[in-house]
Design a protein. Structure first.
Length: 417
């Protein structure tokens, strides 16, 4: 019993002392270990295998607590004590340099002393990029290409997102939002949202944290590679959406964007009356004119009588929007003289006519039919257009191949206000 008690006490002592580095105490002062600035194993670090885009999880115990990255093989291990997985790995494979993924401190194992060397600063910057206000202000003024550690050149902000399995529908939304200047500038500086208070047990703020981390990695000018994995971001999406959007299952980009905008707005403390950075950038307003239509099978006399009643008069309501859904004209059914299908083209301004306040369109519900027209009253600084290409019927999903021509510059929307 005494020996078991001593073993347990020893284990507790190892865990408690894990974050302490051996030091020498002089006369009233603390002297750091000489080996901290003269580690002989720094040349064994292999930067080409380092990848901090994945979840900070021990590869053996699957624990999130006190995780270290081996800078020689790139694997994650828990702890630094005598019986820890990191210690065992260092002895078994003679891998000596480790990085604490939470404190950003470097250690040499199994000797267990902290490594202090300025040449390791590039590794901590890749793990946790930081941006100053001056740097953020100059992002749009320079188009300088940077060279990653693997030799590839890239433009910060315009880097690829890995398609882990079937998450390309989410990648397009994340990449688009990463290039909206107000949104980008807000999330590049962690201080902007760090102080937001959330109720205890609220998991939605994880979405804000992971999106900020992804944004900083996308705009990092000192990356080791010219692509980023959105693994941690997507895991937060799966958790916060209660598995409605998954990494392994294809989803709809518009559905994901709708959920993501509203979830992020709420996680940032926004409400219908209280704005957030998202509503400031994307929210506009419109008037909706709606008129109920009589059932088409009714006799003409009954239709005329119903149209006079108040229920069938045109009604107006105000509504806000974060994006506009544009309808495409139906694709032609017949082939041209060369027996080839005609791919029609339409200017963007033609399909924007839906919101000029004059164009009417019939909308059918399960029981009733309505005639609606839309008039934009306030345009946001950044407009999101969703072109509706896919329609579902009883048998399959049909794609409309119509090409939409739109101007790259000089687009004016005053006529739609």
């Amino acid at each position: 019993m005494v020996s078991l008690k001593r073993e347990r006490e020893a284990e507790v002592d190892d865990d408690d002392n894990e974050d302490r580095v051996p030091i020498k105490i002089g006369r009233g002062r603390v002297v750091e270990d000489r080996r901290s600035r003269h580690c002989p194993y720094l040349d064994t670090i292999n930067r080409s295998v380092l990848d901090f885009d994945f979840e900070k999880l021990c590869s053996i115990s699957l624990s999130h607590i006190n995780v270290y990255a081996c800078l020689i093989c790139g694997k994650y291990f828990q702890g630094r004590g005598l019986k820890s997985h990191a210690y065992t790995h260092s002895v078994q494979f003679t891998h000596h340099v480790f990085l604490n993924l939470h404190t950003l401190k470097f250690y040499c194992l199994p000797d267990n002393y902290e490594i202090i060397d300025s040449s390791l600063e590039d590794i901590t910057y890749v793990l946790k990029p930081t941006f100053t206000k001056q740097h953020i202000a100059g992002l749009d003024k320079q188009g300088k290409l940077y060279r990653a550690y693997d030799g590839t050149t890239y433009l910060p902000g315009i880097v690829g997102l890995n398609n882990i399995k079937a998450n390309d529908y989410a990648n397009v939304v994340l990449q688009a939002f990463s290039n909206v200047p107000p949104l980008r500038n807000y999330f590049l500086e962690e201080e902007n949202y760090r102080g937001i208070r959330r109720p205890p047990g609220d998991i939605m703020f994880l979405l804000v944290q992971r999106f900020g981390e992804l944004m900083r990695k996308l705009w990092n000018p000192r990356n080791f590679k010219a692509h980023v994995s959105p693994h941690e971001m997507l895991q937060a999406v799966v958790l916060c959406s209660k598995k409605n959007f998954q990494i392994t299952k294809q989803g709809d980009a518009v559905d994901f964007m709708t959920w993501f905008l509203n979830a992020l707005h709420g996680a940032l403390g926004g409400t219908k009356k209280k704005p957030s950075i998202l509503t400031k950038a994307f929210q506009g307003s419109m008037r909706i004119f709606s008129k109920k239509l009589p059932h088409p099978d009714l006799p003409p006399e009954e239709k005329e009588a119903l149209l006079v009643t108040e229920e069938y008069q045109e009604q107006m309501s105000e509504s806000t929007f974060l994006f506009l859904t544009l309808d495409l004209p139906t694709a032609p059914l017949y082939k041209d003289e060369k027996e080839q299908l005609i791919i029609p083209q339409v200017p963007l301004f033609n399909i924007l006519g839906k919101f000029n306040g004059n164009t009417e369109k019939e909308y059918k519900t399960y029981k009733e039919n309505f005639l609606k027209r839309f008039q934009l009253t306030k345009l946001p600084p950044y407009l999101i257009f969703c072109i509706k290409r896919f329609t579902k019927n009883n048998f399959f999903v049909e794609k409309n191949p119509t090409i939409v021509n739109f101007p790259i510059t000089g687009m004016r929307c005053k006529t739609y206000r």
